[in-house]
Design a protein around this ligand. Structure first.
Ligand code: IFM
Length: 471
């Protein structure tokens, strides 16, 4: 039972530690990942793991309501219990530490820490204080995301991210968190993946709050970015020693043919997925061709908003998962053309590590002020099963190795990448896909809450131990 996570598993399973198992993970000797200051960690998010949705004064979030609505989440799953991390956090942090992971990216549930009148909820705050102090004791670098999609429902009732006022409420929430938690957080990220909040939440309705309107998506995006811009100076004032940034999901779009129309389609795909977020943050302007593509969807932008949004960043968090092959839609947009015969994950997403390298090196050319980068999420879902106490997640091992190699190539090409967080520390509530899709490097049996370390995590641990031992 060496890899039973309910026990202390400082030791690796005999097969891995004795080297009798092939090691298809460890990076080659010339990889920059051997640098001891390259942070290797794992990430989670509050609604996906915590459970305890109505304990200790937590208010309802948009995801409680969305997941309780029939037909919105696969199998009717909800985050009501999830990984029960709210009660098991100590064992989970012990597990993280025993895996040798050096960084932990978590998010704070806004509805857990603040009431509808903006007053602190002490019990909720104490949960995060205890957790962050424990990470500090263990010497684990903490990356804290303030908003990973669980908006308090009372704010959605007043328009959510369609209401400009939500950006100011977010600044108040940031103020409270950074005063209360100053000194315990190494790096703050304002938002996780504003593109997903805006487009999946307000554009196509696949995520909470479930609205579907193109104009809503762009306005929500503007208010999210404004919230970010308002929060950065608040964080600087309250917690000067920490790093401040934001986390963006980025997408690689490649053209289905050499035709000018398909090349333009691939360009527009990347404008819509990447420049739409990175241009306002790093250039203080929205990309022009975005609204030519979708006329009439321009958000309402007030004087001064773009300067607020372009507040200097200490780091940029990048989440990367897959590539999309596109062709012209015959008008002035693009359409997906899924490639045949390519490797895919349980999500159906194409495995394409080069896309990560190409995007990173492209950003370096496009943005002269590109801040230091952390890959704040990368990983894959597979239908993992525990067999004889082990989970042999072969595809994930290969996926991680190839994506880390892509990061190494980007570093060698001059991109300042300082760390990488596995998505995710453990299997969890995968939003509209519920518990079916397993992204963890630790398996969770949801009927018993037993954690089982997957082979991928063991190999990461083995590498980290070897790296630590190197003089
Ligand atoms: O699970 C999500 C996470 O919450 C945000 N980034 C993508 C992951 C996989 O879909």
């Amino acid at each position: 039972m060496a890899n039973d996570a309910s026990a202390a598993f400082d030791t690796l399973s005999p097969a891995v530690s004795k080297g009798s198992l092939a090691d298809p993970f460890t990076p080659p000797a010339d990889s920059s990942l051997w640098r001891k200051n390259f942070l290797l960690g794992a990430a989670t998010a509050s609604y996906q793991i915590e459970g305890a949705v109505d304990e200790d004064g937590r208010l309802p979030s948009i995801w409680d309501n969305f997941s309780a609505t029939p037909g919105k989440v696969l199998a009717g799953d909800t985050g009501a219990v999830a990984c029960d991390h709210y009660h098991r956090w100590e064992a989970d942090i012990d597990m993280l530490a025993s895996l040798g992971l050096e960084g932990y990216r978590l998010s704070i549930a806004w509805p857990r820490v603040m009431d509808a009148a903006g007053r602190p909820n002490r019990k909720g705050l104490d949960f995060y204080k205890r957790l962050l102090n424990r990470l500090k004791e263990k010497g684990i670098t903490s990356f804290v995301t303030l908003y990973h999609w669980d908006l308090p429902q009372h704010l959605e009732d007043r328009g959510g991210w369609l209401n400009r006022d939500t950006a100011y409420r977010f600044a108040d929430y940031t103020d409270l968190m950074s005063r209360e938690l100053a000194g315990t957080v190494d790096a703050w990220a304002t938002l996780n993946e504003p593109w997903c909040s805006a487009y999946l939440g307000y554009g196509n309705g696949h995520h909470a709050p479930g609205l579907a309107n193109d104009r809503f998506a762009t306005q929500a995006m503007h208010h999210l970015l404004l919230a970010h811009g308002l929060a950065i100076p608040v964080l600087r004032g309250n917690d000067p020693a920490s790093q401040k940034g934001i986390v963006a999901n980025i997408g690689r779009g490649t053209a289905n043919s050499d035709s000018a129309a398909d090349q333009r389609a691939a360009h527009l795909f990347e404008v819509q997925h990447n420049a739409w977020i990175l241009d306002p943050l790093l250039k203080g302007a929205y990309p022009q061709d975005l609204f030519e593509l979708w006329p009439g969807t321009e958000p309402l932008v007030l004087d001064g908003d773009m300067q607020t949004i372009a507040a200097p960043l200490d780091f940029l968090g990048i989440n990367y998962y897959f590539r999309t092959n596109v062709a012209s839609d015959g008008a002035h947009g693009f359409r997906d053309v899924p490639l045949e015969g390519v490797e895919r994950t349980q999500m159906g997403w194409e495995v394409h590590p080069d896309g990560l390298r190409d995007l990173l090196t492209g950003f370096k050319k496009t943005y002269h002020n590109l801040p230091p980068i952390y890959i704040t999420e990368n990983g894959m879902a597979s239908d993992d099963k525990v067999i004889d106490g082990h989970v042999d997640d072969t595809q994930r091992i290969s996926f991680l190795k190839r994506h880390l190699a892509a990061v190494d190539q980007a570093i060698k090409a001059g991109v300042d990448v300082r760390g990488y967080f596995l998505w995710s520390l453990m299997d969890n509530f995968e939003w509209a896909f519920g518990y079916e899709r397993r992204f963890g490097v630790v398996h969770v049996d949801y009927s018993t809450q037993k954690r089982t370390v997957k082979r991928s995590a063991e190999l990461v641990t083995k590498f980290l131990k070897e790296r630590k031992a190197k003089v």
